[in-house]
Design a protein around this ligand. Structure first.
Ligand code: ATP
Length: 314
């Protein structure tokens, strides 16, 4: 679709429906700095977008409405607290447009799973409403609007594999030879609150046996340039994992089931409780997923590939 008209400088409005697909993210490396006086932790992370998608459809309307189907329907609030509504309003405020749209979410990314589903939906909303309203912002401008709502939103606009610093909102793409990595995603029953996991980490770090912190992702960056799953597997790491395990001890059995099923490596995704496992190829991933499912330790293990592009019109 042409975003700009041929004879004018004004971005052209789209009559809709505009359909946007957005991936979930995992963190190949999640280094969490010490708690700062402002209550934040400095992050050093490597984001990776995988083939587990939400889809947001935007249609012209004379108010702002949101409906949904799929994961979390009946649980997820569709009011002003929803990141989709907040993203539409933030874009409208930035572009001085009325925030009018009929939005519909088809959700596959589990809620509070450590896969940044809410941020993904916000990124999809920014892309969809920008096209529907003809506001013509660049991806970087949309990322600035998104960063005010959530640290993972700029990455979900860009996708691929990228380094995240600051609170995670400062994103720089990692240019590596195109390689597809194969993953198994073990989806848990129920979510984990991200702030609670960070609080638990601070508590563990104040104890007599603090977990060792990861620091910079140099090893991971080097591993990404090679195409060897064993090398990448050895470099994966997540500072939040001990905290997620402390809050949800059952996750140890999930990680163990993945190892038994022959995964190259496994770790908690972000703040959890989703666990992700690296496989050597698509067939191996299917085999690892089947092994984890047979162990009955999580709601469902599914296969996924990465890296995937960020939020895109379909
Ligand atoms: P993160 O790792 O970014 O904290 P997460 O994957 O653990 O995210 P999300 O599903 O992104 O968790 O969202 C966590 C909470 O955000 C939800 O429990 C819900 O209360 C709130 N939320 C607001 N809007 C949305 C949305 N569109 N989708 C999911 N959660 C949303």
């Amino acid at each position: 679709t042409e975003a700009w008209g041929p004879d004018d400088d004004e971005p052209r409005r789209h009559h809709g429906p505009v359909r946007v697909r957005v991936p979930a993210k995992i963190n190949l490396h999640l280094g969490v700095g010490p708690l700062r006086a402002d209550g934040f932790h400095e992050l050093n992370t490597v984001y990776h977008a995988i083939s587990l998608f939400d889809e947001l459809t935007a249609r012209a309307g004379d108010t702002l409405t949101l409906t949904m189907e799929g994961e979390g329907t009946g649980t997820l609030e569709l009011d002003e607290s929803n990141l989709i509504i907040r993203a539409a309003k933030a874009l409208a405020a930035r572009t001085r447009m009325p925030a009018y749209a009929r939005l519909h979410l088809r959700k596959s990314i589990p809620l509070a799973g450590g896969l940044a589903g809410g941020s993904a939906d916000a990124a999809a909303t920014l892309i969809a409403c920008d096209l529907l309203w003809g506001t013509g912002l660049s991806r970087d401008e949309l990322a600035d609007v998104g960063a005010t709502l959530g640290s993972d939103i700029p990455f979900l606009l860009h996708g691929g594999t990228a380094l995240g610093t600051g609170h995670g909102e400062a994103v720089s793409p990692i240019l590596a030879r195109p390689t597809t990595w194969h993953w198994v995603v073990a989806i848990a029953d129920g979510g984990l609150s991200t702030p609670a996991v960070y609080r638990k980490l601070d508590e563990l770090r104040d104890s007599s046996f603090p977990p060792k912190a990861l620091g910079d992702p140099d090893e991971l960056m080097t591993a990404l340039r090679q195409r060897d799953p064993a090398v990448l597997g050895a470099a994966l790491g997540n500072d939040l994992q001990p905290a997620a395990l402390a809050l949800r001890p059952e996750l140890a059995a999930v990680l163990e089931a993945g190892q038994r099923a022959g995964a190259v490596a496994g770790l908690v995704s972000g703040s959890g409780p989703t666990c992700v496992f690296l496989a050597t190829d698509a067939g191996h991933a299917a085999q690892v997923a089947a092994g984890i499912n047979a162990a009955g330790v999580c709601r469902e293990a599914v296969t996924a590939r990465g890296p995937m592009p960020g939020a895109r019109v379909t």
